[in-house]
Design a protein around this ligand. Structure first.
Ligand SMILES: Cc1cc2nc3c(=O)[nH]c(=O)nc-3n(C[C@H](O)[C@H](O)[C@H](O)COP(=O)(O)OP(=O)(O)OC[C@H]3O[C@@H](n4cnc5c(N)ncnc54)[C@H](O)[C@@H]3O)c2cc1C
Length: 502
């Protein structure tokens, strides 16, 4: 207790609120069962497995906390970085094919773009029109005038809209608490502890109930769930309100105004993070993580049986089920991570450069068709259609540079494409195991695979998969590693200069 008090009041960024939160968190707190090595010199080497946004931000945070003398290796099996953040090239232009939108209140991602040289927010096509479509008719179409859109939405969804807005506002402001807790050096063993810190008991079981029951309990009508929540979940997670309530809240945030992306593609984030972390990029496929004499060992398919040794390891790739295969049994204290019989959901991003079927969609060109078509009918073979500009779009560029991205469970057949499009000049398909298939209760596993120093970022995806979630988990893993090594919490050196929200 003395230690907690000292942590809060000697280290400035911790407020009274945080102190109270820490006390309330005692049932989840990690400190008690953590092995603290209490070293006085830095570790020799740390490995990060996976060069996605989770792994590359982990390398960045590790450098920030451990300083320059530590050797950090980041293993990536593919020839490119950033995993599920990628682009596809059509007509010589690149378009986001994986994770594409970022919420304005995703502070880590925003901070990366503001502080890492060479990163910029992408320009957006401001003439966007959002619609809800049942397969035959539009049940809602936004206007270019924000006030008109707000009135139309209110007319359609009534009090339920206000209730959802209030829930989302509360959710986002509770979510922001994570940043100040992490900035104060706090780490979490699992998502329950993290969500409890966010807002107490109301969030401790948030992944165990459905979004349907959560929204209904808070007075949101069935009509609004069917016609607003389900379409948001179809586009963001390829599912409906049967997902867990946390994923439901994240998906609803994903249709709010102000969403942004990175110029040149979100994948640029990983390249800049790895460069700025001065980590050594090892382009090898990790096959096994083991442990011997207090050191973790890594074998790759390229290393011909010779293993590398590390003091600390962060696993930033979802292991198990239909995702990545790495044998971590020997290095884990408990059972190896698994998805508990669940799997990642297939989502196909079908790209079409062409013209939408004007009679089906009641429009004739990109300037008259809605730029976002979310679907309310769950029987449709497509989940959403969006008109997207290239990642290097400049305002003033010809709007005809855009392509349509259709999300579906399976690749579109030629007949299906001809049904949706009058003309298709060029097409491309990117097939993903995109995000977890949520079937609450979703109980994400532990972030700590071995208290001697083996941490895992991907469990957070079972609450909700999003770029910022992976970054938050990466920050947590770096904090766990630091606390394990030195036996004391890491508090950001920049904390006093950072923006107040951080
Ligand atoms: C179609 C689609 C749309 C999405 N839309 C959004 C969105 O709009 N906004 C949003 O925030 N999120 C979105 N997401 C989710 C987001 O992309 C992910 O949550 C995030 O990218 C996950 O990052 P990660 O680093 O945790 O995992 P990954 O991106 O999966 O990275 C893991 C990395 O580990 C590497 N790896 C795996 N096995 C090994 C091995 N054995 N050895 C070495 N390396 C290995 C992989 O190659 C990969 O690069 C979307 C995802 C998809 C697929």
């Amino acid at each position: 207790m003395c230690f907690i008090f000292k942590l809060c009041f000697s280290q400035n960024p911790c407020s009274m609120l945080q102190f109270i939160t820490i006390i309330m968190l005692k049932k989840y707190l990690l400190f008690a069962f953590f092995i603290w090595r209490g070293n006085s010199s830095p570790p020799r080497s740390i490995a990060v497995i996976g060069g996605g946004i989770g792994g590359s931000s982990a390398a960045y945070f590790l450098r920030e906390s451990f300083g320059d003398s530590v050797s950090i290796d980041i293993f990536e099996k593919d020839s490119r970085l950033c995993g599920r953040l990628a682009t596809v090239t059509i007509g010589g232009k690149e378009y986001e094919s994986g994770g594409s939108i970022i919420h304005p209140r995703n502070l880590y991602l925003r901070n990366f773009v503001e502080t890492l040289p060479g990163l910029e927010v992408a320009n957006r096509n401001n003439n966007s029109v959002f619609s809800l479509f049942d397969g035959v008719n539009y049940i809602f179409k936004s206007s270019y005038w924000k006030v008109t859109t707000a009135i139309k939405m209110l007319w359609m969804f009534g009090w339920s809209l206000m209730r959802i807005n209030k829930l989302e506002e509360n959710f986002m402001s509770d979510f922001q608490r994570i940043y100040s807790l992490q900035n104060g050096g706090m780490s979490f063993a699992n998502t329950s502890a993290l969500f409890y810190a966010m807002g107490g008991d109301q969030y401790s079981h948030v992944t165990e109930v459905t979004a349907q029951s959560y929204f209904t309990l808070h007075g949101v009508s069935g009509y609004t769930i069917d016609n607003l929540v389900n379409p948001a979940l179809r586009v963001n997670y390829g599912q409906n309100a049967s997902v867990n309530a946390f994923a439901g809240a994240v998906a609803m945030a994903g249709i709010e105004p102000g969403l942004w992306s990175v110029k040149g593609g979100n994948k640029e984030l990983c390249y800049k993070l790895v460069t700025n972390s001065s980590a050594n990029l090892v382009q090898e496929d990790v096959t096994k993580v083991g442990i011997s004499d207090e050191k973790f060992t890594i074998l790759t398919s390229q290393s011909a049986g010779s293993q590398r040794e590390y003091d600390l390891v962060i696993l930033a790739a979802a292991v198990g089920g239909n995702m990545y295969e790495i044998d971590v049994t020997e290095a884990c204290e408990g059972p190896s991570p698994s998805f508990d019989g669940k799997k990642y959901r297939r989502t196909v991003a079908n790209f079409v450069k062409g013209k939408l079927n004007s009679s089906l969609f009641d429009c004739s060109s990109p300037t008259t068709c809605p730029t976002t078509i979310l679907t309310t009918n769950q029987q449709l073979f497509y989940r959403s259609i969006g008109y997207h500009m290239p990642v290097d779009y400049q305002s003033g560029d010809d709007i005809a540079e855009g392509v349509y991205k259709v999300f579906s469970a399976l690749p579109l057949t030629e007949d299906q494409r001809n049904f949706l499009f009058e003309t298709s000049i060029e097409t491309a398909t990117v097939d993903w195991n995109a995000y977890p298939e949520y079937r609450p209760p979703d109980i994400p596993g532990s972030f700590v695979l071995n208290k001697k120093g083996f941490y895992y970022t991907s469990p957070i995806e079972w609450a909700a998969s999003a770029m910022e979630m992976s970054v938050i988990s990466a920050k947590n893993a770096a904090l766990l590693a630091y606390q394990n090594w030195y036996g004391s919490p890491f508090v950001s050196r920049e904390s006093e200069n950072r923006k107040t929200e951080l």
